[in-house]
Write a protein that binds this ligand. Structure first.
Ligand SMILES: [Zn+2]
Length: 210
């Protein structure tokens, strides 16, 4: 059974530099976000595209909206082999749920994020991410991209009126007056032109009868 455990607040300690075999055993773990790249390693110019749909293994976000555990995450990856390692370009779609920051109504927010990152072969150079045991682990990148995309003040609609400051009741959208459209001066002016044009066109000389 693979352990679908994803580090949340805990960060993995830096792997030991000595002993390649112990490094691999100690640091590699299979999660829904690990992707194998064995067919691309040391083959510059090779490229592979991967689509995936996974159930989010751990809640992403701590604010008014978050991507809940179990929410579907759709991803499209492009894995490119370059000299230094594997270049990963990712496009992700999921849904965050929570409440409107003004009226506290339940809302769903579509989340779309993209990122690109190089996973290097060598740990000796100053790269943040490395290929481990023929895999790349996208979990920290996906977590950061999704969490950073979530709004601090989500709203159910751009002009949400929010709550009444006195009663705390949810303010209804102000109903439009019945006469709103007809009193718009721009449309009133156009209506006048149209009516007079129709009248003059409808008059036929010599149409009178005895
Ligand atoms: Zn609202």
């Amino acid at each position: 059974m693979p352990r679908h455990v994803v580090a949340g607040s805990e960060r993995r300690p830096a792997p030991p530099r000595a002993g390649v075999e112990s490094l691999i055993v100690a640091s590699f773990r299979s999660t829904p976000f690990t992707v194998h790249v064995w067919d691309l390693i040391n083959r510059p110019g090779q490229m592979r595209e991967v689509d995936f749909d996974i159930a989010n293994p751990e809640k992403l976000g701590e604010g008014l909206v978050a991507v809940e555990t179990g929410e579907s995450i759709h991803g499209e990856l492009r894995l490119e082999s370059i000299h230094e390692g594997i270049l990963v370009s990712a496009s992700l779609e999921t849904t965050a749920v929570g409440v409107c920051g003004r009226c506290l109504r339940d809302i769903d927010l579509p989340v779309e994020v993209e990122f690109q990152e190089l996973f290097a072969y060598s740990s000796e150079e100053a790269y943040d991410y490395e290929v481990h045991d023929d895999h790349v682990d996208l979990e920290p990148l996906i977590r950061d991209a999704v969490v950073l995309s979530l709004p601090f003040q989500p709203v159910c609609q751009p002009d949400c009126p929010g709550l009444d400051p006195e009663t705390g009741e949810r303010l209804a959208e102000a109903p439009a007056p019945d006469s709103f459209e007809s009193t718009d001066p721009r449309w009133a002016a156009l209506a006048g032109f149209t009516a007079s044009d129709d009248d003059s066109a409808g008059q036929q000389p010599g149409a009178e009868r005895d």
